[in-house]
Structures are given as C-alpha cells and as structure tokens.
Design a protein around this ligand. Structure first.
Ligand SMILES: Nc1ncnc2c1ncn2[C@@H]1O[C@H](COP(=O)(O)OP(=O)(O)OP(=O)(O)O)[C@@H](O)[C@H]1O
Ligand SMILES: [Zn+2]
Length: 302
C-alpha cells in the first residue's frame, strides 16, 4: 500500500516543526534553528566582500508606509493587518459575552497603525529615502525579518510566517543590474555548495485579479524576476528558495529615492527563503544531519 505520510507529517514526527493547529504557522526545533543559523552564516560569507550595511526591522511595519507602497493594489490576498481592542469597559463586557457565546468578537477590533511585514525590504525604502540623495556608489543593505503572507497550505515550504534574508541594492540602473547579475551567480554557487539540485527560471509575483495577470506577463517579458528553484514538496513543481528581483524605478518613484545623478533611483533585491532552504536540506540529505554529505557539513559547520 502506498504511504500517505507527507513531508510535513515527517517533520512533525521528528519534532523539527511543531504543529500549532494552523496550516503554515509552525514552531521550530533547536536543530531546525541550528541549520538555519549555519545557513545564514554562509550567506553572510558570500556577501561579505560587498560590505552591506546590516539593518534589522521587527516583523511589522508602519501602516502608512504599507499603504504608500501599493501592496494592497497588487497583493491584497496576502496582506495581514494588526487590529486591536480600543473600547470602553462596557465594550469589554460585551466583547467577553460575544466570546462566551462563540460569536465574532473580532468585529469590534480597530485597525492599529501597524501591519505585518510582507517582505523584508518594505520598511527599508522610506528609511533610506530619509537620508537624502544616494551616494555616488549607491547603497547596499543586509536585511532579515519574519514576514507574513496569508497563504495557508499543507506544503511545509509555504508558511504564513517565515523568515526572509535579503540584500537590497539602490543606485543607478547599471549598479543595480550588476548587483543582481552577481547574486544570480553567487546564489547558484552557494546552493551548489549545499549539494542541492537547482533550476533557475524567470518568474512572476502572484499579482491579484485581472489587471494582475497583465502585470505578471509584463514582469516575465521584461525578465524582472528570477527564481532559484529546488524540489521540496514535489519534483514537478519545485519551490522558489531564492528570488532575484529588479524593481526598476518602482520603489524609487514611490518613496522618492534619488540617485547621485539626480535621477530616480533604481532598486533590486535578492531574497533567501530561510525556512525553504532548511527544508530543502532536510528533504535532500535527510533529517539526520550526522549523515549529511561531508562537503555539505563542511560548508555549514566548517
Ligand atoms: N509562503 C512562504 N513560505 C516560506 N518562504 C517563502 C514564502 N513566500 C516566499 N518565501 C521565500 O521568500 C523569498 C522572497 O519572496 P518572493 O516574494 O520573491 O517569493 P515568491 O517568489 O512570491 O514565492 P512563491 O512564488 O513561492 O509564492 C522567496 O524566494 C521564498 O524563498
Ligand atoms: Zn525585496
């Protein structure tokens, strides 16, 4: 009889991921985190020669900046907002009664000034713009954040809260496209060192609705997004573990970022799916790290 145990079941059974009762929202074990820490150290080594500026934001961002970014135009289906109770003691009494009666107690919740970060780079653009015109050699940042996307799934590689490491380049079109080309090479070398079979492909973001379809076609035609894919949940539909995005002047225009030549700055980012790379390692090399290939152990543990 064919086995019906999924990779997610195996990860739960081995205690690597911890079920919370919500698809895509998991706890992680010490070993899972240890592999992740080692992977992040490897990413840092690959990027070190460029001397990126390290910045860390919390996993939430200003609602005002989020609105300005246009995220709700493109990906309303993925966004997560933070709502809070702001009522009186009397409202509190009725809140508790509604919970008791198993009614919808969330109806009275009010939107706060905070939304959940959908991609690590979103809070960065206004911060960089506040510094004024970019220096002649542009800017380069190293980011990492928990991100939220409302895409519940049984695929362990599609989580609702996951970490994204990013390098973000801001500057002239030449500076930015050179950065992306360099990381396309580096990303493949890095994943090669981890002994993972990869495929590189052009891709598009999951833009919402009918206009979204056009945006996706345009993004592909202009080769603005590449993904480094590794088979995790299925061989037929490999998972994007690294993404290489060229935003052209989109964020530059939106957040008034100016290059040293007075033109609107261009931006690009390379994003590493933290959990996805860990899951790819566990899938391809097994859940017992002691039996992983020597070369992979060396890349991670030295
Ligand atoms: N739901 C998720 N769970 C875990 N990692 C994710 C998720 N969504 C994106 N990532 C990781 O974050 C990186 C950067 O995000 P990006 O927006 O480019 O993803 P994406 O290309 O939209 O992913 P996908 O096509 O699988 O939805 C991706 O390369 C991926 O590794
Ligand atoms: Zn980004």
């Amino acid at each position: 009889m064919p086995s019906t145990t999924t990779f997610l079941d195996e990860l739960f059974d081995k205690g690597l991921l911890i079920d919370t009762g919500v698809d895509g929202l998991y706890g992680r074990s010490g070993l899972f985190e240890e592999i992740g820490d080692r992977f992040q150290a490897l990413v840092t080594r690959y990027g070190a020669e460029d001397e990126p500026e390290v910045v860390r934001f919390p996993p939430a961002m200003s609602r005002q900046v989020f609105e300005k970014s246009g995220y709700m135009k493109s990906f309303p289906q993925l966004a997560g907002t933070v709502h809070c109770f702001c009522g009186s003691p009397a409202d509190h009494v009725s809140l508790l009664q509604t919970i008791e009666a198993k009614g919808d107690w969330t109806e009275g919740q009010k939107a706060s000034e905070i939304v959940l970060t959908p991609a690590a780079c979103y809070p960065l653009y206004p911060t960089a713009a506040k510094r004024g015109q970019l220096p002649a050699d542009g800017l380069l940042f190293d980011l990492m954040s928990y991100c939220f996307r409302h895409e519940p799934s049984k695929d362990p590689a599609r989580q609702q809260m996951f970490r994204m490491r990013e390098f973000v380049r801001m500057g002239t079109p030449d500076q930015v496209t050179e950065f992306r080309a360099k990381w396309l090479e580096r990303g493949q070398a890095l994943i090669g060192e981890l002994g993972l079979p990869l495929k590189l492909d052009v891709a598009n973001d999951p833009f919402f609705g009918r206009t979204g379809k056009m945006l996706a076609v345009n993004q592909r035609d202009q080769r603005l997004k590449f993904e480094l894919l590794i088979a995790i949940e299925s061989e037929e539909n490999p998972t994007a573990c690294l993404s290489f995005n060229y935003h052209q002047d989109h964020f530059g225009k939106t957040f008034e970022l100016e290059s040293s030549d007075g033109e609107v700055a261009h931006t690009a980012c390379v994003g590493f799916g933290h959990e996805r790379v860990i899951l790819a390692l566990l899938k391809h090399h097994g859940t017992d790290v002691k039996t992983w290939p020597q070369s992979v152990r060396k890349a991670l543990w030295g």
